[in-house]
Design a protein around this ligand. Structure first.
Ligand code: MRU
Length: 350
């Protein structure tokens, strides 16, 4: 991302999580310093920090911050309070597996060091949350490099939602190949779906790519199939929030429509996925919990006056699941997996 911005980090004294408040972008750049469990929970729930990998990194840092606030030195008390904090943070959003992945890793540190006291556990927890952060940076870099083999300079790329540095660390996942490619001299023409209802494509993706000097054009979600028919799109790039063992992929609502359109027009549809987003415990997409959010996001959030009557019902699932058969390839840090994914993902990661 723009060098001066960061998405999420641990404060210099380690006592707070610092985040860029993404709800205010692109018009206002404001950082928040979070120390209380309720504030970290709220920041994730309200999408101040969002994108599956970034949520995971935030949860890792959050667990370390909250661990320091446990005053009891006793191992059992420390473990049960940390578990409680983890359950609480984990309840903020259900779909992105990176959240529970990070929480579980932090709790596992304590489980794996039975009998140590608080002051001995804290340095281990610090190391674990920094590992989660640094591993994410390395995965994003490797995914971005692997994706370069799928594109050439001049390609038109369609994106949905935001899977850049704002959604992860450094390059991000779905936008990483574009950001790295730009540094290496590739020219892409990117079309960013606005991504109703929270407009991550408009507010975040077009902001990030424009700041990186990439040719980006914002389109309404419902324009995508026309652009495909017009021959403007050579490939679709998206991130993911949870990938089941068979490759079914949960990502921002609307992703599945993009994939179906791409299939119809014979355009490759690529999912960029760090291993922290693969959930081998989910056999298929039916096992993935889809977050449902308030109808106010559809009716009022970005409008001066409501666009529908208060009495009108809304249904606002925040994610959908793209069937594995619609996905041309899943690009991971370990390499590129192709259908059937039950075999190809297992081969890369087991
Ligand atoms: O609701 P959000 O903004 O957290 O949803 C994010 C997405 O769907 C992203 O595309 C996904 O997390 C991949 S981020 C690298």
């Amino acid at each position: 991302m723009n060098e001066k911005l960061f998405t999420v980090r641990l404060s210099a004294d380690g006592a707070a999580v610092e985040i860029l408040d993404q709800t205010l972008l692109p018009n206002t750049v404001k950082y928040l310093t979070l120390t209380k469990a309720e504030d970290i929970w709220e920041a994730i729930f309200k999408l101040r920090v969002r994108g599956a990998p970034a949520i995971g990194v935030c949860a890792g840092f959050g667990m370390y911050v909250l661990a320091q606030q446990i005053t009891d030195e006793d191992y059992d008390v420390f473990l049960s309070e940390l578990e409680r904090a983890g359950e609480y943070l984990n309840s903020s959003r259900p779909t992105a597996v990176n959240l529970s992945f990070a929480v579980k890793r932090m709790v596992a540190v304590v489980h794996n060091h039975t009998g140590l006291v608080r002051s001995e556990l804290l340095p281990l927890l610090y190391k674990e949350c920094m590992d989660i952060y640094n591993e994410d940076r390395a995965m994003c870099r490797a995914i971005s490099e692997n994706g370069l083999s799928l594109v050439k300079s001049g390609d038109g790329i369609l994106t949905h939602c935001n899977a850049g540095a704002l959604a992860a660390t450094e390059y991000g996942t779905g936008l990483g190949t574009l950001l790295l490619g730009k540094e290496l001299g590739y020219d892409f023409k990117v079309y960013s779906d606005e991504t109703r209802p929270l407009l991550q494509g408009a507010r975040l993706t077009s902001f990030e790519l424009y700041k990186a000097g990439i040719d980006v054009t914002l389109i309404c979600d419902n324009s995508a199939s026309l652009l495909m028919k017009q021959g403007k799109i050579n490939a679709c790039f998206v991130g993911c929030d949870r990938v089941a063992a068979n490759g079914d992929t949960a990502n921002k609502i609307g992703t599945r429509s993009v994939a179906i359109n791409a299939k119809y027009h014979d355009i490759p549809f690529y999912v960029f996925c760090p291993s922290s987003t693969i959930d081998f415990d989910c056999k298929c997409g039916d096992d993935i919990i889809i977050e449902e959010r308030s109808g106010d996001e559809i009716k009022t959030l970005f409008f001066e006056t409501p666009v529908a009557l208060p009495e009108v019902k809304c249904y606002n699932p925040a994610f959908d699941v793209t069937d594995a058969e619609l996905i041309t390839a899943i690009i991971t840090e370990k390499g590129i997996a192709r259908y059937p994914y039950t075999e190809s993902l297992a081969e890369l990661f087991r």
